[in-house]
Write a protein that binds this ligand. Structure first.
Ligand code: ADP
Ligand code: MG
Length: 249
């Protein structure tokens, strides 16, 4: 049993079958990549894991809990965080403030229950946010206004916002999209480091094969809403169906 188990998921938008009987089995602690051409349904699938979309049929189980029919913040409380395709950060706030807000949003429920002293709470959240910035290498930029950061650093900040919530499962939708090669390589290194430091499962949607083959232990190939193959990078590379559907050969 994987930490994330997706079975027979279907999603239709009007006349378009965006997801067609999708199955996915993500092993705990692994990096699982989802690849496929534009419009294959990759983002739609991720949206079904975070409560932004509800599949028409099928099941999505995370750590023994169904993720269907519960609200996005409840899914987040269960330990699922997501890096979006376009960074969702508070551009007028500082880097540190952004991470503090993400930490606070995740912890709010727990804090209310414990009725912790608000001053201690802020110190606690600040310490935790600072530690997370250190983890992603943004500690020197913590007082910068988020809008003035480079594209790569904004992505890194978004990653810090997710990590500050101590997730069990991190979902990344094209984390290197629009990045120059140097930033892409820094992101690969960061994800590798995180894999060593934290017991964290990652599902990554990625179009850059260099990134996919550097990171993933398992790859699912999606084409026209259907998983045509799920296998190791070695087996995916030479797979005729993949070359046909994805590489256009
Ligand atoms: P990918 O992320 O693989 O590029 P998407 O999941 O974004 O693909 O989209 C899959 C298909 O579903 C595309 O044809 C897209 O136009 C369509 N689609 C995605 N979201 C919606 C929506 N909310 N309403 C209608 N069609 C959508
Ligand atoms: Mg997409």
């Amino acid at each position: 049993m994987g930490i994330l188990e997706v079975q027979n998921v279907n999603k239709r938008f009007g006349g378009l079958q965006a997801l067609d009987n999708v199955n996915l089995d993500v092993e705990e602690g692994s990096i699982h990549a989802i690849i496929g051409p534009n419009g294959a349904g990759k983002s739609t699938l991720l949206n079904c894991f975070v409560g932004r979309l509800v599949p028409d049929t099928g099941t999505v189980m995370f750590n023994g809990n169904s993720l269907l029919g519960i609200k996005p913040h409840e899914i987040n409380q269960l330990g699922v965080s997501r890096v979006f395709q376009t960074p969702e950060i508070f551009t007028d706030l500082s880097v540190l403030e952004n991470v503090m807000i993400a930490t606070f949003a995740h912890r709010d429920g727990a804090f209310k229950l414990n009725a912790i002293d608000p001053v201690r709470k802020e110190v606690d959240i600040r310490d935790h946010a600072e530690a997370t910035l250190l983890d992603v290498g943004l500690q020197d930029k913590r007082n910068m206004v988020a809008s003035s950061m480079s594209r790569g650093d904004k992505r890194r900040l978004e990653m810090a916002m997710c990590l500050s919530q101590d997730p069990k499962l991190l979902l990344l939708d094209e984390p290197t999209a629009g990045m120059a090669r140097a930033d892409t390589n820094r992101t690969i290194d960061l994800l590798k480091e995180l894999a060593e430091k934290r017991k964290l499962t990652k599902v990554i949607i990625e179009h850059d094969m260099h990134v996919v083959f550097s990171l993933a232990q398992k790859i699912s190939v999606l084409a026209q809403g259907h998983v045509i193959v799920e296998d190791t990078p070695e087996n995916i590379k030479g797979h005729p169906k993949v070359r046909e559907a994805y590489l256009g050969e």
